[in-house]
Design a protein around this ligand. Structure first.
Ligand code: TRP
Ligand code: SF4
Length: 329
């Protein structure tokens, strides 16, 4: 029988934006009805970039939890927990690190890319090289069958599978399950300036933004750069805004915009107002929910505490099994 345990994690980088929502959260929410889901806040992983400001972790983790709950992750349907509260992650990471050859980690393309990308923090740490080993511990402790992730995480998952095979072979017991990557097709969503939406680029629309902020940001969005004047025809394909219409506007409206834009019958200002309208319509219910949730922080902490307790039982049992297979207990 194919098991149906799903696990995924998210680094707490503070408030989540629309890119995070469409890239991950939306899929998680869709899965909670049909699978046995474990979702966690990967705060230890965040230390790879936040080690100079670790005091931010608690605050960021709370904000992520509020975004999760406001968006529709339901603690009655899935288990929500905090990585650093379950010490088995750290212990299994250490054990696995003893059997992972360094070249496996060095050839990971995500490792190289991130090192080039992140300029403001020194990313040459031992811990950052071992990032996928900690990620493997996260996954295998729960014997997850599938891990919903973006395409950038595929090399990590491949490495996890290799580590699982190595462990099971070394100790002659199928303690861990090879996890499968469940790749979600992520719509291309750029930020206000046309670059990839990212908190660090200062171009993001956050799930926690107010109606006013959202409208202001949409109005500031880059459109088809070839459309200098209102009378110049535009091309939605070259427009940074249009992918958002594809998500939020009804198909008939999209078609109208495509044709009107190409004939210069609609101005970008009006087109933006239409988008803001539709985006806000989809966000109002979540804004309401957020107000309720943010007003009761103790309930958020309680949800994480209860989830963590449940997850810890699973993690403890698996670590015991692993150590027994190694004959070190
Ligand atoms: N590396 C993931 C990311 O940056 C976060 C993560 C940590 C994760 N541990 C995980 C994802 C385990 C899936 C499973 O998005
Ligand atoms: Fe983009 Fe709309 Fe302007 Fe066309 S009219 S360029 S789709 S914002």
């Amino acid at each position: 029988m194919i098991g149906n345990r799903i696990l995924s994690g998210m680094q707490p980088s503070g408030q989540l934006h629309l890119g995070n929502y469409h890239g991950a959260l939306k899929n998680w929410i869709a899965m909670q009805d049909n699978f046995d889901c474990f979702f966690f806040i990967a705060d230890l992983h965040s230390l790879t970039t936040l080690y100079e400001n670790p005091q931010l972790l608690k605050k960021y983790s709370f904000e992520v939890a509020v975004d999760w709950l406001s968006s529709g992750l339901d603690p009655d349907k899935c288990t929500l927990f905090v990585q650093s509260e379950i010490h088995e992650h750290a212990e299994l990471h250490l054990i696995l690190s003893m059997m992972v050859p360094v070249p496996w980690l060095e050839r990971n393309p995500t490792y190289k890319e991130k090192q080039d990308e992140v300029k403001n923090v020194d990313m040459s740490s031992y811990g950052f090289l071992g990032y996928p080993v900690l990620q493997t511990a996260d996954i295998v402790l729960y014997k997850a069958n599938a891990v919903p992730v973006g395409i950038d995480q595929v090399p990590h998952l491949e490495l996890s599978r290799e580590i699982v095979r190595r462990f099971n072979k070394l100790y002659k017991k199928k303690v861990f399950i090879e996890p499968e990557a469940k790749i979600s097709d992520v719509p291309k969503l750029n930020g206000i300036d046309g670059r990839k939406m990212s908190k660090s680029y200062n171009n993001a629309i956050f799930l926690s933004d107010s109606e006013k902020e959202i409208t202001k940001k949409i109005k500031a969005m880059l459109t088809d750069p070839a459309r200098g004047r209102r009378t110049d025809p535009g091309d939605p394909v070259a427009c940074n805004l249009f992918p958002m219409h594809k998500i939020y506007s009804p198909v008939e409206m999209q078609e109208e915009i495509i044709s009107a834009c190409r004939k210069a019958e609609i101005g970008c200002g009006d087109c933006k107002l239409k988008l803001a309208d539709n985006l806000l319509k989809s966000m109002y219910p979540k804004m309401e929910k957020r107000k309720e949730i943010a007003a009761k922080p103790n309930e958020v902490y309680e949800i994480l505490r209860a989830g963590t307790e449940k997850a810890r039982m699973v993690a403890k049992a698996t670590l015991q099994e692993a150590k027994a297979a190694m004959k070190i207990i």
